[in-house]
Write a new protein. Structure first.
Length: 289
């Protein structure tokens, strides 16, 4: 299943159509996407019975069945309570950073106010902003101390994300300021939709790519992660209870601008496109402060 947020309302995307969940369910479900995540099992059971064409006919071609227009999609999870992120979770990214691959997950936070949708325009706060395409996990039922073998059952779905990073702020001081350097407004584009794991060809082995304009700058497979999704869910939830709608940015592969010689940072007018196999793509444009 695929879920989108359109004008702050939860929608099911099926057969090239979008179905307004609150209207199609006759009020059984709230239009707020966060409310849907809190009732995830019930919502997906209902969604499995819904046909886009049947809803269009029943609705008389109005309101809760209309052609999907990705330009209207917002962040699929607009107000998560917790946003976790991983540093150095791909071996080649650790290598380009001239650091050893970690023996334990390096977890930091992105503040929820940085989140944006799949067609965002981001204002560059400086000349040192970098790209990082990532698979983003959306927590459904959540839980505390979730065993790795149960982790995927606690996941609502995945999205494409960019962990945009202001490298000067991030690396200021004796200890890095990861959370601040990665949480400027718009520094967490996500989307285009939330895709449930059963839709994916292999939920643990998906291709992800990033293009800067017409140039591909990143390409990898999620199977290359040092700590795969089940282990991340288990490790994080061993300490912090995971809540419905929480996000985990799972780390970026090699190819970031800061690791290049010479370094290449984002400029006004740049267009960044992140894509994940079976999920879709997000497109972020940049302008000057």
């Amino acid at each position: 299943m695929r879920f989108a947020t359109i004008e702050e309302r939860l929608a099911l995307v099926r057969d090239g159509m979008v179905i307004d969940v609150a209207k199609a369910s006759r009020g059984r479900f709230d239009p707020d996407p966060m409310a849907g995540l809190a009732r995830w099992e019930e919502l997906t059971d209902w969604a499995a019975t819904v046909s886009a064409e049947a809803e269009r006919v029943e609705a008389g071609e109005v309101e809760h069945g209309e052609p999907a227009d990705p330009s209207r999609f917002g962040a699929p999870v607009p107000r998560p309570r917790q946003v976790f992120a991983l540093a150095l979770n791909y071996p080649m990214h650790a290598k380009e950073a001239r650091l050893e691959a970690p023996s334990d997950p390096l977890v930091f936070t992105k503040f929820p106010s940085c989140l944006a949708g799949p067609s965002a325009t981001v204002t560059l706060p400086s000349d040192y902003v970098d790209w990082e395409v990532e698979l983003v996990v959306v927590i459904g039922p959540g839980g505390h101390r979730v065993p790795a073998e149960q982790a995927w059952s606690r996941v609502a779905g995945i999205m494409v994300g960019q962990d945009l990073s202001e490298r000067r702020v991030q690396l200021t001081g004796a200890r890095p300021q990861f959370s601040l350097g990665k949480s400027f407004p718009g520094f967490g584009p996500t989307g285009p939709v939330l895709v449930t794991p059963d839709e994916l060809p292999d939920r643990d082995d998906l291709e992800l790519t990033c293009r800067l304009g017409d140039t591909e700058v990143q390409r990898a497979r999620t199977s290359e992660m040092i700590f795969p999704v089940p282990e991340l869910v288990a490790r994080i939830s061993a300490i912090v209870p995971l809540l419905p709608g929480d996000l985990i940015f799972t780390g970026t592969p090699a190819g970031v601008g800061h690791g290049r010689d010479p370094k290449r940072y984002l400029r006004p007018g740049d267009v960044l496109t992140g894509r994940i196999e079976g999920v879709g793509e997000i497109r972020t444009e940049f302008r000057r402060l």
